[in-house]
Design a protein around this ligand. Structure first.
Ligand code: WQD
Length: 346
């Protein structure tokens, strides 16, 4: 099937110096694709491209532009005429989105509209969109499939992803371009080479980087937000998925779209490990696999948290031939290795 065909494609990756973007570029290059990256650098460092080139021995084209700049975006598309686009670029802090809604709507939606329009205008065939399990809102039952009814989004960030999906659906009705909407669950972990991982310029808020920052001593302790939920140990349940597994799903989605294997012009895929892990279990997994005791306290619930959600990824398995390879232990091991390397303590 699709994965046996060799493609020589030029892929434009927006937000390519970010966490998931950078790991995906490595996979695309290793699978023989040519990559051009756009990133305005507001939450990532251009030096990431050096690490990508070290891992793969290949070069990446780079534009330091903002996709909200319509003229610049148009120029890049007309110059590069990519076969496929992966649109990662977005703001992604749930908390910030509540205090800066205009920034979130402007940045996440305007960049999408510009990217989508110029991709369509320059004949791009495949469009892959970074969506999120947050589009499901506070569901009452897991696992969720792509057809699980969406609840109101718990944050403005989640709203931008719900709206982003709708914009793509409407915009592509009269386009030759096809799209995959990838709904990520909780991305975590780092590249096994130790050369690439999550390095946000802003303070980490997600559980796994907070764990590693606590373990290395950058934070005095870690708070477990809520231990009185109706779950097996009282803490929230999430579906952590290794960033390299996610990266591979993008490569497969592009192949799938370009080889015309998809029946509909837009398809949605859940990307998770298909397993619910509680926050306390995640902490235990980190402690066990790395032999480190974490300093944590049981704290109040965090506003806006979904109680429990995990994925049914059978559609991605069936249609893209995708299956996670890494375990929660691998996630915790690679995340810790990366934290040590970042701090030169390996
Ligand atoms: C996970 C669990 C916290 C920090 C959000 C988005 C989602 C995705 C990832 C991307 C929760 C608990 C956390 C801490 C804790 N998209 N926690 N102490 O909220 O599931 O998902 O980020 O950008 O779309 O909604 O991820 O890692 O913040 O939290 O107890 O210091 O860990 O309460 O239960 P979340 P998270």
């Amino acid at each position: 099937i699709a994965s046996n065909i060799t493609f020589f494609m030029k892929i434009l990756v927006t937000g390519g110096t970010g966490y998931i973007g950078s790991h995906t570029i490595v996979d695309l290059l290793e699978q023989g694709m040519e990559v051009v990256c756009i990133d305005n650098g507001i939450n990532s460092d251009q030096n990431v491209l050096k690490s990508i080139e070290e891992i793969t021995g290949k070069k990446v084209g780079f534009y330091p532009n903002d996709l909200c700049d319509n003229e610049a975006t148009k120029h890049i598309f007309e110059t590069e005429k990519p076969d496929g686009v992966i649109h990662f670029a977005a703001l992604k802090s749930v908390g910030d989105s509540m205090t800066q809604p205009f920034e979130y709507f402007r940045n996440n939606l305007l960049s999408l509209i510009n990217t989508l329009q110029h991709a369509h205008n320059t004949g791009t065939k495949a469009f892959v969109f970074s969506s999120s399990c947050t589009v499901y809102g506070n569901v009452s039952h897991s696992p969720v499939t792509e057809d699980t009814a969406q609840q109101p989004a718990a944050s403005v960030y989640g709203r931008t992803k719900q709206m982003g999906e709708v914009i793509i659906e409407d915009a592509l009705q009269k386009s030759e371009m096809k799209a995959s909407l990838l709904r990520y669950f909780n991305p975590a972990g780092a590249h096994p080479s130790g050369k690439l991982g999550e390095s946000p310029l802003q303070l980490a808020q997600n559980l796994v980087p907070v764990i590693t920052e606590t373990a290395i001593g950058q934070r005095a302790s870690l708070q477990v937000f809520g231990t009185d939920y109706n779950t097996r140990d009282g803490s929230c349940i999430r579906d952590f998925i290794h960033v390299c597994d996610l990266a591979r799903a993008h490569t497969l989605a592009l192949r799938y779209l370009i080889s015309n294997a998809n029946a509909q012009s837009i398809e949605t895929f859940n990307l998770g490990m298909g397993q619910g892990v509680t926050v306390l279990e995640a902490i235990n997994a980190f402690e066990k696999v790395n032999g480190i005791k974490l300093n944590y306290t049981l704290a109040d619930r965090r506003e806006g948290d979904v109680i429990a959600i995990y994925s049914d990824y059978s559609r991605a398995k069936e249609k893209l031939g995708w299956q996670p390879q890494y375990t929660i232990e691998d996630i915790m091991k690679t995340a810790w290795q990366w934290e040590l390397n970042k701090n030169n303590k390996a």
